[in-house]
Design a protein around this ligand. Structure first.
Ligand code: SF4
Length: 65
């Protein structure tokens, strides 16, 4: 499956691209590079608000602590 079309410009992915946090790495591989990209809450937020969400919003919709 192709990567999410937003991947090169996604604030979350840019900010956490090199993280060692396994949860974040799991999200990126499950959502951004795989089937769950259609369920990404960041995409939904952008559709609803017309602007990108905060960089710390994860694809699941929860905020990084
Ligand atoms: S977090 Fe969402 S919008 Fe960003 S690259 Fe991943 S799937 Fe796409």
């Amino acid at each position: 499956m192709a990567d999410c079309e937003h991947l090169p410009n996604c604030g979350f992915c840019k900010k956490y691209a090199n993280t060692k946090n396994l949860v974040v790495r799991g999200f990126i591989s499950m959502y951004c590079k795989s089937a769950k990209q259609s369920e990404c809450k960041r995409k939904e937020y952008k559709r609803t608000h017309g602007a990108p969400p905060p960089d710390d919003m994860m694809p699941s919709g929860q905020m990084m602590k």
